[in-house]
Design a protein around this ligand. Sequence first.
Ligand SMILES: [Zn+2]
Length: 259
Amino acid sequence: MAGFSTDGILLKRIDYGDHDLIVTFFTVSMGRISVMAKNAKKSVKRFAGALEPFSAMNLECTWPKRKNTLPILNNVELSNPFSKIRTNTAKTGYACYWLELVNAWMEEGKAQAGLYELLYYVLAALDTGTMEKEILSLLFQIRFMNLSGFTPDLTCCGSCSTPLDEIRQQRITFDFAEGQLVCGRCGKKAMRRHAITVSKGTLKQLFWINNSDLQRAERLRFSPCTVREGEALLEAFIPCHIGREVKSLTFLRRIREVA
Ligand SMILES: [Zn+2]
């Protein structure tokens, strides 16, 4: 029977009846796909306990015999369980947020190799602790927007095109509804209800992590203020752009409050 094999990261799993699971992966060759894991709920041994969120694995599936049914997951080979994420509440909070964005925004069945590489990179760095989780999250979000084609222009006023360096104010308004920066002059023209202000320095650093080599990102140093501003901007803009509530953000914010 015809089938396929690909590497994937487990995004989510839901119960299906008493014995089975429907598992959603973000895969290298097919993008986001959901498959049926028969007896996975009944017997943990069936997939050797590999079907956990964030885990990276190679999966082997069979195409279904009937239309409108899911491929059947036959076998998995775990390549990285990212187990240090799962045992740390704060790390889990960040990883859940990234996975929810990928699951919410990516089209079913459309390969996005660059995004797969990015997700794998941030999960691996989060797991090993080579980079701060807050900075990884800024890196993931800004590059996620870039790869999805909706990065706002952070280099000039979206209304009159004045470059950032020529704008007199040190703090610049970002309008969420329009998805753009607005200089002081243009900002006076309208009352902006759904907007925040961000310092020039933060905007420049976000621009930089969007455009620099991924490997060089490990050497980045951000001030606590930049991290806070970057988080506030990106965590408000992305859900606003994709047009849905991102539930894991509530969990992430609660973790930050107690930290
Ligand atoms: Zn302007």
